[in-house]
Design a protein around this ligand. Structure first.
Ligand code: NAP
Length: 296
């Protein structure tokens, strides 16, 4: 039997609808709306398209949205001063600096310059620390948060589940491994994180009730590595060519066509984890607005 497809596009639509209600409630209670600034440095085509989508989504929700585009040659000091300005702007509840930044700018310095309470991307070390501690006052990084939300909304049981995460990057593999192993709803799993030095990758994957793959290697996970009936979350986004229309052809890290005949539930690429990342950014911004306005 073919797996149930977990559609990130449909889940994003449902989440944005829920957030629309929250924006209206904020407006009614505080006579203001969530404020998000997106800072884009230079014109990297992928970054431009990500930022455009984020801005469009924020505007669609009725946020106060500032798209602050800066030239490629902005200095590090100028960028840090810009962040400081938004840190002190009470109409802004979320600050997003699109990565990667040009080589002459120290990304770590920029991320740590953002007020952790406005760091809606969840990359600030303070928020990563809060995530490890299970402190709900922080912001979870958006892609792992989107993965967890998909698992929960798909009705997959996480408590006691064997979760195998392929990849140990700071933005996906490591945080989602920690989050799934925490105490709490949508977690309480037994987690194994695997990587390029892991022996018997296949054997680990075969044990997984929930397999999360974030390696960036097209078709790394073979159908025979998948436990029948399991939930498979494919985070990989790999450009494998260009369609005659000029559009990029994308593949995940899992052999989707065959894997969907074995898994119980599976995410597609595109249309899986990707749309959830933006939804979580919006969710973090709304949460930040509630906290800031409530504290004023
Ligand atoms: P990354 O920083 O390159 O990390 C990849 C991880 O996978 C590394 O830990 C690496 O192990 C491991 N790995 C690579 N090849 C492997 C193999 N053959 N066997 C076992 N482990 C292997 O990548 P990332 O930033 O986490 O991104 C991963 C994928 O997710 C990419 O395709 C990226 O485009 C996609 N992504 C999607 C979203 C979204 O919103 N949909 C967001 C972020 C990333 P080592 O540590 O040993 O090198």
């Amino acid at each position: 039997m073919s797996a149930e497809i977990i559609s990130g596009t449909e889940m994003r639509a449902a989440i944005l609808e829920e957030l629309r209600g929250e924006v209206a409630a904020i407006k009614e209670k505080y006579d203001t709306v969530p404020g998000l600034v997106t800072i884009l440095v230079g014109e990297n085509p992928a970054s431009v398209s990500y930022v455009t989508l984020k801005v469009k989504t924020a505007l669609g929700l009725g946020f106060h949205e500032i798209q602050d585009n800066q030239p490629e040659d902005i200095t590090e000091d100028e960028l840090l001063a810009l962040i400081d300005k938004y840190n002190n702007d009470p109409s802004i509840h979320g600050i997003l600096v699109q990565l990667p930044l040009p080589k002459h700018i120290d990304e770590e310095k920029v991320i740590t310059a953002i007020n952790p309470d406005k760091d809606v991307d969840g990359f600030h070390p303070v928020n990563l620390g809060r995530m490890v501690l299970g402190d709900k006052d922080g912001f979870l990084p958006c892609t792992p948060a989107g993965i967890q939300e998909m698992i929960v909304r798909s009705g997959t049981e996480t408590s006691g589940a064997e979760v195998v995460v392929v990849g140990r990057s700071n933005i996906v593999g490591k945080p989602i491994s920690i989050m799934m192993g925490q105490k709490g709803v949508g977690a309480n799993s037994t987690v194994t994180m695997v990587h390029t030095r892991t022996k018997n990758l296949e054997e680990h994957c075969k044990r997984a009730d929930i397999l999360i793959v974030a390696a960036g290697v097209p078709n790394l996970v073979k159908p025979e590595w998948i436990k029948p009936g399991s939930t498979v979350i494919d985070v990989g986004v790999n450009r494998i060519g260009t369609a005659p229309s000029g559009k990029a052809l994308l593949s995940g890290d899992v052999e989707f066509d065959k894997a969907k005949e074995i898994a119980g539930k599976i995410t597609p690429v595109p249309g899986g984890v990707g749309p959830m990342t933006i939804a979580m950014l919006m969710k973090n911004t709304v949460a930040s607005a509630w906290r800031h306005l409530g504290a004023e």
